[in-house]
Design a protein around this ligand. Structure first.
Ligand SMILES: C[S@@+](CC[C@H](N)C(=O)[O-])C[C@H]1O[C@@H](n2cnc3c(N)ncnc32)[C@H](O)[C@@H]1O
Ligand SMILES: [Zn+2]
Length: 270
């Protein structure tokens, strides 16, 4: 059963050579790096949607340095523990430059992992580095995947549309999410806001799914000033930071910062 669905007429897409096409004669070429763009121009809300190039580069530098490796290991470890076999079709929504996507693909030796993001520059970088993953440019608001074609979805700090997760995940399939806990990046926020508000905990209901697990993962990161600035650059509060804050962080020799991740898993009702 093919996974990709035509974003224009919703028929399945089949690959032949470097083209994905449907029976309705719509064609989507694979880019040189191997990814496919399934976001038709008429569905784009802005010219360059998603994270910009600077955010993507900062994220890659920060992740490559291993500061979020404990999170990656925990999430992938939890998923592998759920599965009787390392197989199935898994999708990483808002996968960015593919840090978590690739780790899942490495462990899911008999399955196929997909990565989706609305930012073309992030998908291009992801596809270049991780050829074992199938990457596409698309919006999480309308997933270009057939009904009940996915065994699981991973969503790490990315927007999603719950109705689309319900449509595309098979009965008995999984959703795993990572969201910020109350104290996530507290010390970094204290550099920007005079009074830091703790991140509110969101409700964990997901229609059509049963919650299986919720746990938090927190640890202290010992960062260089440059790493702290890169971290700030990849967060939404970068918009609030003045040039002074960036300079101050870059000049620090050392910065200690807390993480507080909430990891949740749900199972799709039969
Ligand atoms: C905070 S980043 C997280 C990236 C990655 N999961 C990680 O943790 O390294 C959020 C990602 O969601 C993407 N994004 C934002 N809106 C989106 C949408 N509507 N559909 C798909 N991706 C989207 C951004 O381009 C960005 O790569
Ligand atoms: Zn079509």
């Amino acid at each position: 059963m093919p996974c990709y669905q035509c974003p224009l007429c919703y028929l399945p897409l089949v690959r032949s050579a470097n083209v994905w096409s449907c029976e309705g004669m719509h064609r989507f070429d694979c880019a040189r790096e191997g990814y496919v763009n399934l976001l038709p121009v008429q569905f784009k809300r802005s010219k360059i949607p998603g994270d910009n190039q600077d955010m993507m580069h900062s994220r890659r530098a920060f992740l490559d340095a291993g500061h979020y490796q404990p999170l990656r290991e925990r999430v992938v470890g939890l998923i592998m523990a759920l599965l009787p076999q390392p197989t199935g079709n898994w999708l990483d929504i808002g996968c960015g430059e593919g840090y978590y996507t690739a780790a899942l693909a490495e462990r899911l030796t008999l399955g196929q992992v997909y990565g989706l993001d609305i930012a073309k520059n992030a998908i291009r970088a992801a596809a270049k580095r991780y050829p074992q993953v199938r990457f596409c440019v698309a919006s999480s608001q309308r997933l270009p995947f057939n009904n009940a074609s996915l065994d699981g979805i991973v969503r790490i700090y990315a927007p999603c549309n719950p109705a689309e997760m319900l449509r595309t995940i098979k009965p008995g399939g999984w959703v795993a999410t990572v969201t910020p806990g109350p104290r996530h990046l507290y010390q970094l926020k204290a550099q920007i806001y005079p009074q830091v508000l703790l991140h509110p905990l969101k409700d964990d209901r997901l229609i059509g799914f049963t919650p299986l697990l919720s746990e938090s993962l927190s640890y202290q990161m010992e960062l260089s000033g440059n790493a702290a600035a890169a971290l700030l650059q990849m967060t939404p509060f970068a918009w609030r930071a003045t040039a002074d804050v960036m300079t101050r962080l870059n000049e620090l020799s050392h910065f200690t910062c807390e993480t507080d991740f909430i990891i949740r898993v749900w199972r799709r009702d039969e």
